[in-house]
Design a protein around this ligand. Structure first.
Ligand code: FES
Length: 158
């Protein structure tokens, strides 16, 4: 009699243990998903940058600034081209910075920014307008390219 009671208790114990293990596994999975999910468009105060099309030819990407976010000092935009995606920032009346928009952490396209930093929408890495790493999880800065601004056209040398 007590053997049956012990057998049932073991069954109940095993069933309970499996439920606990399943829940623990699920909690770990959900927690892991949460760590890897985008922080959302706000990205800690960041907003999405406007997107512009760049024209690629002769190892250069060019984009016209007229009527865009790059027309004014302080403006920034994501420039997409067949040669890659770049973050362009208008730093003065006659200068811009151009950096690779591929995050050095896990390769997301960095396309949001605060007033003075680019922010990766995936896990929140931050880079200054020259591409230097400000905060991880990324461990390396973004690649910077030589870029000029003349007659309202940004030219990125690849
Ligand atoms: S891909 Fe993870 S922070 Fe950019």
């Amino acid at each position: 009699m007590s053997g049956t009671h012990t057998f049932v208790s073991r069954r109940q114990f095993c069933a309970g243990a499996c439920q606990i293990a399943s829940c623990a596994t699920l909690a770990t999975f959900v927690s892991g998903c949460g760590d890897g999910s985008p922080t959302g468009p706000s990205g800690g105060g960041a907003s999405k940058l406007p997107s512009l099309s760049g024209q690629f030819a002769n190892s250069r990407v060019q984009v016209n600034t007229a009527g865009t976010a790059l027309a004014d000092v302080g403006g920034a935009a994501v420039v997409e081209s067949v040669a890659g995606v770049f973050l362009i920032s208008r730093t003065s009346a006659s200068s811009v910075t151009a950096i690779d928009a591929v995050c050095t952490h896990e390769g997301c396209t960095v396309n949001t920014a605060t007033a003075d930093q680019y922010v990766c929408p995936c896990h929140g890495s931050r880079y200054d307008r020259s591409g230097h790493l400000v905060a991880g999880p990324a461990k390396a800065s973004l690649r910077q390219y030589a870029a000029t601004l003349a007659d309202g056209v940004v030219t990125i040398a690849l």
